[in-house]
Design a protein around this ligand. Sequence first.
Ligand code: GDP
Ligand code: MG
Length: 372
Amino acid sequence: PEAITVQELANRMAEKGADLVKALFNMGMMVTVNQTIDQDTAELLVEEFGHNITRVSESDVDISTEEDVDPEETLKPRPPVVTIMGHVDHGKTSLLDALRGANVTKGEAGGITQHIGAYQITTKGKEKQKVTFLDTPGHEAFTQMRQRGANVTDIVVLVVAADDGIMPQTIEAINHTKAAGVPMIVAINKCDKPEANPQKVRERLLEHEVIVEAMSGDVQDVEVSAKTGAGLDDLLEKILLQAELMELKANPERFAEATVVEAQLDKGRGPVATVLVNRGTLKRGDTFVVGTESGRVRALIDDHGKQVKEAGPATPVEVLGLGGVPQAGDMLTVVENEQRAREVAQYRQEKATEKRTALAPTNFDTMFNTSD
Ligand code: GDP
Ligand code: MG
């Protein structure tokens, strides 16, 4: 059954989390806003607050232009999109840096390396496989994107520091991952520390129904150190193994659809969005709609800060040429021309208004093609 946090449900109903907690208390349940509740309880609450329950399909949630599905023969393998989650200071950024072979943490302070919300690495082996990582600041971006019907993450890497163990945000991350139905890989970090106790982490994970392989479960786990680099190849291998099981594919030969990962107003460059291409290929000069605004790709900048002409599926890229600053989770859709762009923008505005008045829980089951 699907699970949802009280806060997420509150957001969808446009109610206060605290009011839901109170209602649950009156129903005999002691929960906090960050805890998950099952679908039955969620439905009871929804009724309690006088909202209607609407079951919607993925194509309704995705307010993009076409409801088309790419024919099987157009699909090509694409890299997996991995989100790293975990408690603050457990080493998410360090791990990403180490995997990337750069040092963004230092850059953040010194302002040398530019931070972007997503990047891609290529494995060293002879196969040269690509993996895309999302660097979500906290868990809000992940949740926010899911609330907006944007589910770009294929795999979650849960980082747990071996010296600190399971902490509140670790549990939060586990709940988010479970609610999204995304497979998880546990990276037990800081194993270089003398006080590291990876076995204790594995045991404590059991309490949260995360049973790692070493405990005879089916969640992959790996001991790593972002500091020394130990276990990182192993982690990448496990990510690729998981990705292989999922047979991730997309059609690169079509107008692009991309999801906004983050966006801001840049002093010199105007509105800038980091997007992740879901399908198709995004090209310089393309006319698009993002959220409810239209625009035209003036420049594409890759995760190394280099200008590129195009970006294919699962590729993160910065887009310049937006009419305004979109929100994380907004869909960028390339269209034939500006007239079509205006039509789509208008359609989305109407949809957005409808969505504010109707509760639309997403059907997570249809959103992830985890292999069975
Ligand atoms: P985040 O908040 O999860 O992104 O954590 P950071 O990557 O910022 O790391 C928090 C602190 O832990 C920093 O001081 C890192 O240098 C340190 N750290 C991260 N990974 C390791 C590791 O594998 N070993 C050791 N000894 N320290 C680490
Ligand atoms: Mg960090």
